[in-house]
Design a protein around this ligand. Structure first.
Ligand code: PEP
Ligand code: MN
Length: 264
């Protein structure tokens, strides 16, 4: 069950031999919105490994609002991600949009991400229950905390106990930010579930100048990890350029998180 049986219990999930989430160490995930090419990923992985960031993200199957926008590199992108993992020892996270993609993604990636738009794709969740890899489950665009917990329950009850919850902002009335980051949900989830929680301030805000402060706030609220979109040339990102921070800013952010993580 996703809900805690007692207040002591916390699930620790291994992303690789060396990297885990839910234990004492903060998990920092960085990478571009989309995997664009080998060179882009090489520059990013090299810089992030030294930051240090513990895991690399990058979409290869992209849930774009418009069907005419870049849809991701697909299998070629998976191969690029796997080569970064082999070269830099960083576990890699990428989104799975359909049951038909599970096998191939599980063969290349360390964590399978369920995007917000699929949080209640129950057949996909059930299928991920049969996979022996961690799943990063992002909160739906307008999902309640209970709906998120129930979505996790679909994966757990079908046999996969490795579920990481992700708060990525919810839709509200104010379009100043892309979404509204619900840090109250992070605190509440920590109290009611034993599953590790990641906060994504990039999709939550949609604005790069807001990302670092909210990442720090998330860690202060007890998030087990943060996931941030970054790119060597943020404004040239193929997708989500406006919310993507530079690698320099990512390195500074990582440094600033250390004392906060140590204090919580
Ligand atoms: C992503 O993290 O790549 C993504 C598409 O985010 P979300 O599903 O939260 O919109
Ligand atoms: Mn994105």
């Amino acid at each position: 069950l996703a809900l805690k049986a007692n207040s002591e219990h916390k699930t620790v999930i291994q992303l690789s031999d060396r990297v885990s989430i839910g234990g004492p160490d903060l998990l920092i995930v960085g990478g571009p919105c989309s995997v664009e090419n080998q060179m882009q990923m090489e520059i990013i992985a090299n810089r992030l490994a030294a930051a240090p960031v513990q895991a690399l993200r990058g979409g290869v199957y992209k849930p774009r609002t418009s069907p005419y926008d870049f849809q991701g590199l697909g299998v070629e992108g998976l191969q690029i991600l796997a080569s970064m993992r082999d070269r830099y020892g960083l576990p890699v996270i990428t989104e799975v949009m359909a049951i038909s993609q599970i096998e191939e993604i599980a063969a290349h990636a360390d964590v399978l991400q369920v995007g917000s738009r699929n949080m209640q794709n129950f057949d996909l969740l059930k299928a991920l229950g049969q996979v022996n890899k961690p799943v990063l489950l992002k909160r739906g665009l307008a999902a309640t905390i209970e709906e998120l917990v129930m979505a996790a329950e679909y994966i757990l009850s079908h046999g996969n106990s490795q579920v990481i919850l992700c708060e990525r902002g919810i839709r509200s009335f104010d379009s100043y930010t892309r979404n509204v980051l619900d840090l109250g949900a992070v605190v509440a989830l920590r109290q009611i579930t034993h599953l590790p929680i990641v906060v994504d301030p990039s999709h939550a805000t949609g604005k790069r100048e807001l990302v670092a402060d909210l990442a720090r706030a998330a860690v202060a609220c007890g998030a087990d990890g943060i996931m941030v979109e970054c790119h060597p040339e943020p404004e040239k990102s193929i997708s989500d350029a406006r919310q993507t921070i530079s690698l320099e800013d990512m390195v500074s952010l990582v440094r600033s998180l250390e004392p906060i993580a140590a204090a919580v």
